[in-house]
Design a protein around this ligand. Sequence first.
Ligand code: KIV
Length: 280
Amino acid sequence: MKKTVNTYKEAKLNGEKVTMLTAYDYSTAKLMDEAGVDSILVGDSLGNVMLGYEDTISVTMEDMIHHCSAVARGAKNTLIVCDMPFMSYQTGEYDALVNAGRLMKEGRANAVKLEGGVEVAPIIKKIVEAGIPVCAHIGLTPQAINAMGGYKVQGKSSEAAKKLVEDALAVQEAGAFAVVLECVPADLATFITEKLSITTIGIGAGNGCDGQVLVYADMLSMFSDYRPKFVKQFANVGEEMKKGFKGYIDAVKAAAYPEKEHTYKIDEEVMAEVKGKFNG
Ligand code: KIV
């Protein structure tokens, strides 16, 4: 059965955790769907994971639509949430509405996600009023990385912690169905979760949230150069892939692949005729 925003509501009421993972392509989405994840986030982290950018700033609407529609073709039962990229909503309510609509119509998303708290609440309200479910995202918001001065834990001072609670209440009031809490101290994330009637989804925010999200390339250890403290390694796919690639390279160089069982046959008479014609 297709998971929807109601899956989130029911889970919160029943005290059940919800699961979310990022995906950016058909094959990965299909595997996650088959594994039974509740929701897939087509995150603008695709800029880092798939496109090799340093941050998410350069990701475009076209990038998001292209990847979201591939995910939608792969995941039939999963709620698909698509990130609104940098400057697709910060420029005003009209742009936000048009771009959220494109992610739904062309990207086939079931909901959109955008970063910010009190300051984007009117934008969230407008999108929700148009019948588009919105997931908010507060705490560490990577699109504001240049203003934040780096990837750091948020809400550590009493002033910053109170601002985060106000942000959470504001996005709930605006109609968001869920809010991602990124890099927030665990006790503060638990407090926010208890205060809200909507679902909190933690990433680097401890075990007190209603659900969790991770970037799939991080939790599968696809890259060995960087892993944030909050990421647990659930598999070592990067090493397995490299092992496979190296095995292939070695086998081809040594003329050990393809073997007989990997080749197609031709009748001997046909080959003899061909050789007769061309070898004289
Ligand atoms: O883009 C993304 O992957 C995200 C998650 C880190 C929550 O926003």
